[in-house]
Design a protein around this ligand. Sequence first.
Ligand SMILES: [Cu+2]
Length: 174
Amino acid sequence: MEYLPKKTIIPIMVFSILLVSSSVNIANAESVPEWVKNTALWYGEGIISEQEFLNMVKFLIENEVITIESVNSESSKILQASVTIPNGNSDIASIGFYLPLNLEISKGTSVTWVNDDSVLHNIQSLDASGNVIDWFNSSPLNTGDKFEFTFEESGVYKYYCSFHPWRIGLVTVK
Ligand SMILES: [Cu+2]
C-alpha cells in the first residue's frame, strides 16, 4: 500500500475532519507549537512516519490545542450571559444604561457583569421595594473587573450600583 499521495492525503484529511466538525475547536494559531507545523510538513514530505504524525495529533488533543467536546456536551452545557457596565454608566443623564438593561435568561444561567466604565461600580441586589439585600452583591469593580452570579430560580431581579444608585438593572429568569 505504498503509493505516493497517501502521505499527503492523510494529514489533510485529518485536519479537514477536525476543522470542519463543529464539535472540534482549534484554540488559536499561536498555540500550535512550531514543531507541530514541522511535523505535519515533514510527514507530507515523507520524512517522518505515519505513527509520528499520529502521535503529534494525539499530543494536540491531549494538550487541548484541539478540543473535542463530548457527545453529552449539549445537556451539560453551562448557560452563560453577560451584562456590560458601559462607559458613562456613572452619569446621571439618560445614557450609559446597563447592556442589556433587562437581561432575560433561563434558570441555571451564570451571569457575568463586566465593568467597561472608567470609574468604580458595584452590583447590589435589591428587593422589590428597592432595599439592598444580601444575595448577589459584588465588591467594588474596577475597570475590566467582573462579577459572576448564577440564577437558579425564576423571577425578576433588580440590582443597582450603590455608588450610582440611579442605575437600576433587571435580570429576568424564566
Ligand atoms: Cu456605579
